[in-house]
Structures are given as structure tokens and as C-alpha cells.
Design a protein around this ligand. Structure first.
Ligand code: G3P
Ligand code: CA
Length: 290
């Protein structure tokens, strides 16, 4: 039996709630997503939390907290100096004093009404929510964590892979059949995860990044350390990436859908095995119509 493509709630149902909050993950599950996607970074005390970037300035109310003004600093991120507050300078207890605000304020004005309501969740809290909702709804719900900026955190002595695998193991996600995919843009991070577990791994490729990994030769190389490629949708349109990846034995998951049913149908027609979406309800409607 052919498995239908999976629908992944990208940063939760981030089209409807501020990304990477328990509210966004809960809504993604309620809308029927098969998996929820937390991007993971590390606090100063080595706790994995769900954030897309190390800089907290634009996704939390940290700038409104006088007690943290001395943590404002300038660091180099991807070769560019950035002034802000950084997750690795806060313990998890300190981080919990902050509240989330919508990052993409023009793209998602409807989410701004939730500013100040939610905490930054730990990965353990995300896994606890997924387990509870899975039990309550009587259906398996998967998790699709991404190690974010793993080399950056490793250079700070805050490796992401060991706490990631430990947390997944604590919550029963072990072995190749667990409803989990671990993803990263950095092959070395996936290889560190592989040395600790047989969980399915996903090599991410952006249209402005390691495009050498999505040539037919590159995909055969990726298949030596990963089970799937997670590709920027710009790499799928008008290309043979899906067929080449399948020929190499890799699944193909595409990101990120923010359009309507028609957009999703384009990628379903291309034969992808999974879709990251900010709007799980729309993507599920497309899957049903396909
Ligand atoms: O992980 C798939 C997709 O989320 C990669 O892009 O920047 O949204 O984490 P980003
Ligand atoms: Ca991601």
C-alpha cells in the first residue's frame, strides 16, 4: 500500500498562531497534521527550546524587560554582526520570564493579537503535548525536530544532538519506525544523530544553500547518511529532484507551503512524500482532493 503524503505543521500551525508555541502545535494537531515541527536551539544550561533562531529579539518581549538589558550584546551570525538578546545567554528559568510575540508581523498580522500570551516551550514540553494529544485523539502524531545552527551551538559547548536523542528516548521515540524525523541543514549534525540512533533522518536543502546535494550524484551521497531530503519548494518546480531522490531511495518532503489548495496540489502532483505547511487545514484539503 502506498502511504499518503504526510502533512507537517511547520513551526506549529504558524499561519494561525505565533510560531513555536504550544498553542501553535496544539492547533496544528487539531487541524489534522500528522507531524508537528519544532526548530530547536539551546539555552545556557543546555535545555532544548523551540525557536527558529538564537536571537530572541524579534520573537519575544525581551526588549521590554529592564532586568535583561545587560544581556544585550552583539554577535556574529553567519558572518553578519547582530545586536540582540541570544538564547544561549539565558538559562531556561530566565527564558521562561519572557513571552512570545509574532515575528512576521506583516505576513501574519492576525497572529499579533496573541502577543504576550505564550511562553517559549521546551522540547520536553512539546513532546509531552504531542503524547497527550495523541492519547486523547487516539491517533499517532509525529514530531519532526530540526537541529538549528548546530555548529554555532557546538562551538559554545552546547551540542544539540545528545539532548535531542535523550529527550526523544525519554518519550519513547526509539528505532526506525518511531513517528519521528530528525532534520538539519548541516550533514554533520545528522551524522552525529545517526551515531546515537536509528531514527529517520532528513537532509534539508535550501535553494540558496547546498544545491550540490540535490543533483542525482549528490542525492546518492545523501542516501548514505539520511532517509529523506527536505527541500525548498523552489528546487522542486520544473526539476527532476523528486524522481532523482526516489531513485536514490530517499523520501522527499517539501517546504514551506503558505499558499492555497492549488499550491499544495502542484507538489502533490510532483510526487512528494510530505509537505511542510503553515496552514495544515488547507494542505489536508488539498491532499483529500488529490
Ligand atoms: O525544516 C523545514 C523548513 O522549516 C526549513 O526552513 O527556515 O523554516 O526552518 P526553516
Ligand atoms: Ca525548520
Amino acid at each position: 500500500m502506498t502511504r499518503q503524503p504526510i502533512v507537517i505543521a511547520h513551526r506549529g500551525a504558524s499561519g494561525y498562531r505565533p510560531e513555536h508555541t504550544l498553542a501553535a502545535y496544539r492547533l496544528g494537531i487539531a487541524l489534522g497534521a500528522d507531524y508537528v515541527e519544532p526548530d530547536l536551539v539551546s539555552t545556557k544550561d543546555g535545555v532544548l527550546v523551540a525557536r527558529h533562531e538564537a536571537d530572541l529579539t524579534h520573537t519575544t518581549d525581551v526588549a521590554e524587560h529592564p532586568e535583561w538589558v545587560d544581556r544585550l550584546t552583539t554577535k556574529e551570525l553567519d558572518g553578519v554582526p547582530v545586536t540582540g538578546w541570544f538564547v544561549e545567554d539565558f538559562t531556561v528559568a530566565e527564558l521562561k520570564t519572557l513571552r512570545v510575540v509574532e515575528r512576521l508581523r506583516e505576513l501574519r498580522p492576525q497572529n499579533c493579537r496573541y502577543d504576550g500570551l505564550y511562553e517559549v516551550p521546551t522540547f520536553d514540553e512539546v513532546l509531552g503535548l504531542v503524547a497527550a494529544e495523541s492519547e486523547r485523539l487516539g491517533r499517532p502524531i509525529g514530531v519532526y525536530p530540526e537541529t538549528k545552527h548546530p555548529a554555532y551551538f557546538a562551538a559554545l559547548g552546547l551540542g544539540l544532538e545528545e539532548p535531542l536523542v535523550d529527550a526523544l528516548s525519554r518519550h519513547g521515540y526509539v528505532g526506525p519506525d518511531a513517528p519521528v524525523f530528525v532534520q538539519s541543514f548541516e550533514p554533520e549534525s545528522l551524522q552525529r544523530v545517526r551515531s546515537r540512533t536509528a531514527l529517520p533522518l532528513v537532509q534539508l536543502v535550501s535553494a540558496t544553500g547546498r544545491v550540490d546535494l540535490v543533483t542525482s550524484t549528490g542525492l546518492r551521497r545523501v542516501a548514505t547518511w539520511a532517509d529523506a531530503v527536505g527541500v525548498d519548494k523552489a528546487l522542486v518546480r520544473g526539476s527532476s529532484v523528486v524522481d532523482d531522490a526516489h531513485a536514490a531511495g530517499l523520501l522527499v518532503h517539501v517546504w514551506t507551503l503558505r499558499g492555497g489548495v492549488e499550491e499544495a496540489l502542484t507538489y502533490l502532483d510532483a510526487g512528494v512524500d510530505g509537505l511542510f505547511t503553515d496552514y495544515p487545514d488547507t494542505t489536508i484539503a488539498a491532499r483529500q482532493a488529490h
